[in-house]
Design a binder for this molecule. Structure first.
Ligand code: ADP
Ligand code: MG
Length: 139
């Protein structure tokens, strides 16, 4: 995956709360092209595998339960400087600390149910994108 790509998921809380449309609209308005997108319902095991790096953190169980509670919408996005630009667009992990206008500030419920994921590095974006999409789907 080239370095102008990032990976995101709209999380169950935001989908249940009816924010899928507004979130996608803001992503596109910010200049990101949607390379691949689908809706999937992860099992507890699949959510656990995706968030394996966090398995020692105290919130791991809660995180996996939330991410498997209802469907999610994973996407691969493309834009110049995608990783950094997208982290700015979504805001801080805790919506209470997220800047005005960010996606988490507007649509997240809490630090655990925080509406959207954004990759933190090119390497992780490639791994995370490959978790959900085939190489052909990412062409
Ligand atoms: P980010 O998603 O901003 O990169 P992290 O990678 O640190 O944040 O954490 C992954 C996800 O775990 C967060 O998006 C959030 O859903 C959850 N999480 C992080 N910290 C907490 C916490 N203190 N309590 C509950 N859930 C948390
Ligand atoms: Mg992270």
């Amino acid at each position: 995956m080239p370095t102008n790509r990032t990976f995101t998921m709209i999380k169950p809380d935001a989908i249940v709360d009816g924010f899928t449309g507004p979130i996608i609209e803001q992503i596109e308005a910010a200049g990101f092209r949607i390379v691949a997108m689908k809706k999937v319902h992860l099992s507890m095991e699949e959510a656990g595998k995706f968030y394996e790096v966090h398995q020692e953190r105290p919130f791991y169980g809660e995180l996996c339960e939330h991410m498997s509670s209802n469907p999610i919408i994973p996407m691969v996005l493309e834009k110049e400087n995608a990783i950094e630009e997208f982290r700015i667009l979504i805001g801080a992990t805790d919506p209470a600390k997220a800047a005005e206008g960010t996606i988490r500030k507007q649509f997240a419920r809490s630090i655990g149910s925080n509406a959207i994921h954004g990759s933190d590095s090119d390497a992780n974006a490639a791994i995370e994108g490959a978790f959900f999409f085939t190489p052909t789907e990412l062409k």
